[in-house]
Design a protein. Structure first.
Length: 170
């Protein structure tokens, strides 16, 4: 999902407490999971809004530091109703074609991206994946070039889960 940049960003000091907010997922034949929701940690900003505090594995259209609105559902959980403000961060998921020691491959590929200023979190069996948290100020051209080169070499496939216009323009 593409987002446009809103430069009004609340500071982390505005947060009061960490809670889990949930997103509904629609499993399909191409989904990486059969679960119907994903929970992300968030800072409670106290007015029905929450700042996401981690990178999603399955939800699209949201990124670390986004501000979302959530309401308590009948099950007592907080369910996201909409994204109020995009943080400007991009999320790309990389599905690795593992040959050899999977942990070593995840670590090596993760290091390739962290060297470009990207935070990379790995996931293990059955799917070997990295969730990339790409700051707005990162060298998007270099990151996108690495992603394309790795895909062309058969090292991985990737999914643009939440990117902005700057990403699209490259």
């Amino acid at each position: 999902m593409r987002r446009s940049v809103d430069t009004t960003v609340l500071s982390v000091s505005d947060s009061k407490s960490m809670v889990q907010v949930r997103f509904h997922l629609v499993p399909d034949a191409q989904a990486r999971t059969s679960v119907e929701s994903e929970g992300l940690w968030a800072s409670d900003l106290g007015d029905g809004t929450f700042r996401l505090a981690n990178v999603p594995w399955f939800v699209t259209g949201v990124a670390f530091d986004d501000i979302v609105e959530a309401e308590t559902g009948a099950d007592g959980r907080l369910w996201v109703t909409r994204v109020r403000q995009w943080s400007g961060r991009n999320v790309v998921r990389v599905s690795l074609n593992v040959q050899g020691d999977p942990d070593a491959v995840v670590e090596h590929v993760g290091t390739e991206f962290t060297n470009l200023g990207v935070d990379a979190e790995g996931m293990g069996p059955p799917s070997w994946m990295l969730a990339l948290d790409i700051p707005a100020e990162a060298d998007l051209g270099a990151i996108k070039s690495l992603l394309r080169a790795g895909a062309e070499a058969g090292r991985w496939t990737f999914e643009e889960a939440c990117v902005g216009a700057r990403w699209d323009d490259l």
